[in-house]
Design a protein around this ligand. Structure first.
Ligand code: SAM
Length: 250
């Protein structure tokens, strides 16, 4: 069943109706060619989910009757904030899509010393629109209860300042020889965690020192060197598997 995110104020639980507006209307009527009587999954972007039946379709809106609430919690209790050293273009799309599927809460783009890609203001909006669309589509496909936030592009120091507000931060670094990610997160009780991944060229030594200075744990992901896009997804998955609901139980 196709899933759509609907603004919470477009869902009326008193009379069990809801309205879909915007881009999704064209997708429902022209691409999916849905008809009156067909059912859709509706999500209010705050982990509320319903089965609804189409009762009306016009150019700008789709009207539905809510049939039932779906009682499945699809969101992790642990909020993962992934700070991504800006990678080269095509990798970004894969990173955004896979992080959304595994359950990231927020993706923050960071211009680090060795980030090859430079996102300049002019084109930034266009890129951000595309990147947010990728997250939105991945959130629908993976039945997320909310749409992960995309922020940035932050400077390295702005990212460190942002990380200070997290309950915990880890920074995977391939030259780390003693602390593993596994050891670092074992039995911790936290509500949110920052994970800082370097771009293709990795972190500069002085960047690792600065990350350590804000109290982040520098951790190894093992003896194999992972690509930036692999390291982002693997780190997020390990954390959500060890501390939350990825893999089945919370
Ligand atoms: N210096 C790396 C190299 O020799 O190719 C380049 C960095 S790696 C491609 C990109 C990022 O992935 C790193 O900055 C780090 O955050 C993470 N990473 C990759 N492999 C890792 C490992 N074995 N342990 C910890 N972090 C790793």
């Amino acid at each position: 069943m196709d899933r759509f995110f609907v603004e919470k104020n477009n869902i009326n639980l008193e009379n069990n109706t809801c309205i879909i507006e915007g881009e999704d209307v064209k997708h429902i009527s022209k691409v999916l060619r849905c008809k009156i009587g067909e059912k859709l999954e509706i999500c209010d972007k705050e982990n509320g989910e319903y089965i609804a039946e189409i009762i009306g379709i016009d150019k700008n809106t789709v009207n539905l009757n809510i049939l039932e609430k779906v009682n499945i919690n699809r969101e992790s209790n642990l909020k993962v904030k992934l700070y991504q050293g800006l990678p080269k273009g095509p990798k970004m799309e894969m990173i955004l899509q896979k992080l959304t599927e595994v359950g990231v809460d927020e993706i923050i783009l960071v211009q680090t010393k060795r980030s090859v890609a430079k996102v300049d203001d002019k084109k930034e909006d266009k890129k951000f629109e595309r990147w947010e669309r990728i997250i939105y589509e991945a959130a629908k496909q993976s039945k997320r209860g909310k749409i992960p936030k995309l922020r940035g592009v932050l400077s390295f120091d702005e990212a460190l300042e942002d990380m200070r507000h997290n309950d915990m931060n880890i920074c995977p670094y391939e030259n780390e020889k003693t602390t593993s990610i596994k050891k670092s997160i074992k039995n911790v009780s936290i509500n949110n965690i920052g994970i800082f991944i370097g771009p293709e060229g990795g972190f500069a030594e002085e960047e690792i020192e600065k990350v350590q200075q804000i109290g982040a744990n520098i951790v190894s992901l093992g003896h194999r060197i992972l690509r930036t896009e692999t390291a982002s997804v693997i780190s997020t998955s390990i954390v959500l598997y060890e501390l939350s609901d990825l893999g089945g139980d919370e």
